[in-house]
Write a protein that binds this ligand. Structure first.
Ligand SMILES: Nc1nc2c(ncn2[C@@H]2O[C@H](COP(=O)(O)OP(=O)(O)OP(=O)(O)O)[C@@H](O)[C@H]2O)c(=O)[nH]1
Length: 510
């Protein structure tokens, strides 16, 4: 088995980065190479002091509210993710009886009666006909102490890019594994998505995870099977960088609903399992740390012409990674450097005047051309723009690959919701995972399990990304090739940065 440690990679990457990084902003240049001090160059729209909201003060008022968490459900194809979470939402009262009855009737008509609960989350005709999830399905629910946005990720390997962009928004995860004979093995062995999804989740910053050992009804609630899965998966997950104390294993059946929102009354299970049900596990996820004091950053996951409700403008949706924003403020789109002013906002589907790190936001911007937007671009504070670059140095950990990486190795770079062709142009060094020491400079190849620093060159265009030490979310990357994840890592040096400057307006907002 490959010895991986994404927890370690972060620590040693920080050490390497600290010695290399110049002050943010000092090495930003325009496309023709003229250096720009970004912090001094943006004439900003000012909100009148009487209208400015003290976001930190408002945020503090939320302390009485339940903490909000983004929860992604991941796992191998057909592990039962949609069925489990569909049944969970139904049991919580999120789906009414009539709708559920209709799903049962209609799924039977299609000869897919066993997928009725999955239909709660798999909403498109094609997903229902094929019986697979293709895109991220979003839902929300509350427990006694937490509020959740639920993201159901596709398990099929063809849709891993969608799984990655969903997981990039997640704070915590439920990894669903199929406990049936051969079912667990096909997900866990080479080419299975159980391992790949778990590694991707850890690489994307997920630290806490519940492992739902599903379909145990088929195994007569066998303790031996549960223990076998916990042992095999447990050692892998710890090597992948998860802390043992952040992992919780729970035996469940998504189909029968056993141990989902109430502790099981099943005698076979009760004979050896007295632990919490899935709902109790979910309710005890630790609240996420929000980066309120960092500059504003939001990865764009969706956009459309027109305003919230009626009115003009362009609307943009995404999760706030760091900082905060409020109506009347100006935001910059990178790449491009285009500015827009926030005219209206919704936070978690409710009208709002401000939003902060951890919130999912839909906002209407004026003064922005929709042609300058794309999913994967980033909205940021014009005072602290995100660098846009076509090459960078990353510290990566190499996954279970068959052919070693050599210089010139072509890859698809995944960064937030973006995927772009690129290549690994230079192998700089291999690194000791635990000490961060350089083991070998300019290696000729790097093979599975190795931690290494490499130079990555984008093939077609520059993309917005940051060094991991400045922004954990925007500083994580994933490299894939031929439908397989080759490596994951963190950006430690942005080799050439461009800030496409654009004149901004300078009026007081309404
Ligand atoms: N016996 C049994 N079958 C289950 C259970 N959970 C799911 N299934 C069945 O497993 C099949 C796949 O379930 P889905 O919920 O579509 O699986 P999925 O992981 O969401 O699939 P993708 O999203 O396409 O990866 C369906 O036929 C379900 O009825 C369970 O706990 N017990």
């Amino acid at each position: 088995m490959v010895a991986l440690g994404l927890g370690d990679i972060n620590a040693s990457a920080k050490r390497v980065a600290q010695s290399k990084i110049k002050e943010a902003g000092s090495n930003i240049s325009t496309p023709n190479g003229t250096p720009v001090d970004s912090r001094a160059s943006s004439p900003l729209v000012k909100i009148h002091p009487s209208k400015r909201i003290d976001v930190l003060e408002e945020y503090a008022k939320r302390s009485g509210e339940k903490p909000k968490l983004n929860l992604v459900v991941i796992g191998h194809v057909d592990a039962g993710k949609s069925t489990l979470m569909g049944h969970f939402l139904y049991a919580l009262g999120q789906v009414n009886e009539r709708t559920m009855k209709k799903y049962e009737r209609d799924s039977h008509k299609l000869g897919k009666g066993s997928f009725a609960f999955a239909w709660v989350l798999d909403e498109t005709g094609e997903e229902r006909e094929r019986g697979i999830t293709m895109d991220i399905a979003m839902n929300s629910f509350e427990t006694e102490h937490r509020k959740f946005t639920l993201l159901d990720a596709p398990g099929h390997r063809d849709f891993i890019p969608n799984m990655i962009s969903g997981t990039a928004q997640a704070d915590v995860a439920i990894l669903v594994v199929d406990a049936t004979t051969g079912g667990f093995e096909s997900g866990f062995d080479a080419n299975g998505q159980t391992k790949e999804h778990a590694l991707l989740a850890r690489s994307l910053g997920v630290q806490q995870m519940i492992i739902a050992v599903n379909k145990l009804d088929v195994m007569a609630w066998s303790k031996a099977r549960f223990d076998e899965i916990v042992a095999k998966l447990g050692s892998f997950l710890v090597q992948a960088g998860f802390r043992k104390s952040n992992l919780t294993y729970v035996p469940v059946s998504g189909l029968t609903g056993n141990n989902l929102i109430e502790r099981s009354k099943d005698a076979e299970l009760l004979s050896w399992y007295k632990g919490p049900c899935l709902l109790e596990c979910v309710d005890t996820f630790k609240p996420a740390v929000r980066l309120l004091d960092k500059p504003f950053r939001m990865g764009v996951t969706d956009f459309f012409k027109g305003g919230i409700g009626s009115g003009g403008g362009v609307s943009v949706a995404g999760p706030i990674d760091s900082g905060s924003l409020q109506i009347g403020e100006q935001v910059m789109v990178v790449p491009g450097g285009e500015m827009g002013i926030i005219k209206a906002m919704q936070v978690n589907d409710e009208p709002a005047n401000w939003g902060a790190a951890g919130d999912s936001v839909l906002m209407t911007l004026s003064g922005l051309d929709i042609m300058n937007l794309s999913t994967g671009c980033v909205l940021c504070s014009p005072l602290h723009p995100v660098p846009v670059t076509s090459s960078f140095v990353a510290q990566i950990i190499v996954f279970d690959i068959k052919v070693p990486i050599t210089s010139g190795f072509p890859v698809i770079l995944h960064h937030q919701s973006l995927n772009e062709p690129a290549s690994i142009t230079k192998l700089l060094s291999t690194i000791d995972k635990s000490t961060g020491e350089v083991l070998k400079r300019n290696p000729r190849h790097i093979s599975k399990g190795t931690t290494a620093t490499v130079k990555v060159q984008l093939a077609n265009r520059a993309v917005p990304l940051e060094m991991f030490k400045d922004n954990k979310q925007l500083g994580r990357i994933m490299l894939r090739k031929g439908g397989e994840t080759v490596a994951a890592g963190v950006v430690i040096e942005v080799s050439c940065q461009y800030l496409y400057e654009k004149q901004t307006s300078n009026f007081s907002s309404a």
